[in-house]
Design a protein around this ligand. Structure first.
Ligand SMILES: Nc1nc2c(ncn2[C@@H]2O[C@H](COP(=O)(O)OP(=O)(O)O)[C@@H](O)[C@H]2O)c(=O)[nH]1
Ligand SMILES: [Mg+2]
Length: 268
């Protein structure tokens, strides 16, 4: 089977053999394709090869020369790091799964604790995590229910800096895209920040629900300019789809050259 051959290729490539889970390498679109006679996406632009998936996994493995960890948190620019490392930021409704995604990404980093919560509104500040000197991931408070009163100002202050190369807008795969997410998209469009939609919790949604929500996104994307046309799908619990997402992050931050990708890394 494809996933077994991917797994053995990974073991051959990697000196670290720290496989989180074979689902890490899976492309969640594959299992949904079988239900449709027309392509699910007009085109799938981002299809990393195995080498890129392996490189993506290794980018998020720490070593003495590549420290991965928390740097700082804050609600205003005086607390934001003063560096010129490319940043990607995770935004989304409270409870969409932002902190869980960070936790999954950093699963191989010992002693890095990321708080997740069943209670919406747990994250109150922007939290910055460095991946060596290669890139920085930012966990934002959620919008919507129990949104902190300083949220809008925080977003404004954050985007005033020029570090952000891409915003990941997380949508709960069981819930789909809601009116409040449209407001968030409009805000990102107004800041002219490139963004991409990530469907989370795909382990909890049935295939038909996921299909419905992916197709729903097709209509939304017609009216926007800065959104990458391919949504990602991921589970932070099973790691399904995580490899593709990490390869994308590696690519857009100029750290992994994914040959087939029809998007420009920041270095170009
Ligand atoms: N089954 C499942 N649950 C998830 C996933 N991601 C997040 N959750 C759960 O959703 C809740 C909210 O997650 P959290 O990451 O704190 O959301 P945040 O408010 O966006 O940071 C927690 O109970 C998580 O365990 C996922 O991929 N699969
Ligand atoms: Mg959170």
């Amino acid at each position: 089977m494809l996933k077994n051959s991917l797994l053995s290729t990974f073991l051959k490539f990697s000196s670290l053999s720290r496989v989180q889970n074979e689902l890490f390498f899976e492309n969640p679109y594959e299992k949904l394709k079988q239900y449709l006679e027309v392509p699910l996406l007009e085109e799938q632009f981002f299809l990393p090869d195995t080498e890129s998936l392996v490189a993506a996994q290794e980018l998020f493995l720490p070593n003495p020369l590549h420290r991965i960890g928390f740097i700082t948190s804050g609600i205003g620019s005086e607390k934001f790091p003063d560096h010129d490392i490319p940043e990607v930021v995770f935004m989304g409704k409270s409870n969409a799964g932002k902190s869980s995604l960070l936790k999954a990404i950093f699963t191989n980093v010992p002693n890095l604790r990321i708080q997740t919560s069943k209670r919406p509104g747990h994250t109150k500040t922007a939290k910055f995590y460095q991946v060596g000197s290669k890139l920085c991931l930012v966990d934002m408070p959620g919008y919507g229910f129990r949104q902190p009163e300083w949220f809008e100002n925080l977003v404004h202050e954050y985007f005033k800096r020029n570090n952000c190369v891409r915003t990941f807008l997380l949508i709960d795969g069981k819930v789909g895209f809601e009116d409040i997410d449209q407001i968030a998209l409009d805000v990102l469009e107004s800041y002219k920040v490139p963004h991409v939609i990530v469907m989370t919790k795909i382990d909890q949604a049935s295939d038909s629900t996921l299909l419905k929500h992916i197709l729903q996104l097709r209509n939304i994307k017609k009216s926007i300019v800065y959104c990458f046309s391919q949504p990602f799908m991921v589970s932070s619990h099973t790691y399904e789809g995580l490899g593709h997402l990490l390869a994308f992050i590696g690519h857009i931050t100029g750290n992994i050259d994914v040959k087939s990708a029809d998007i420009k890394p920041i270095s170009s």
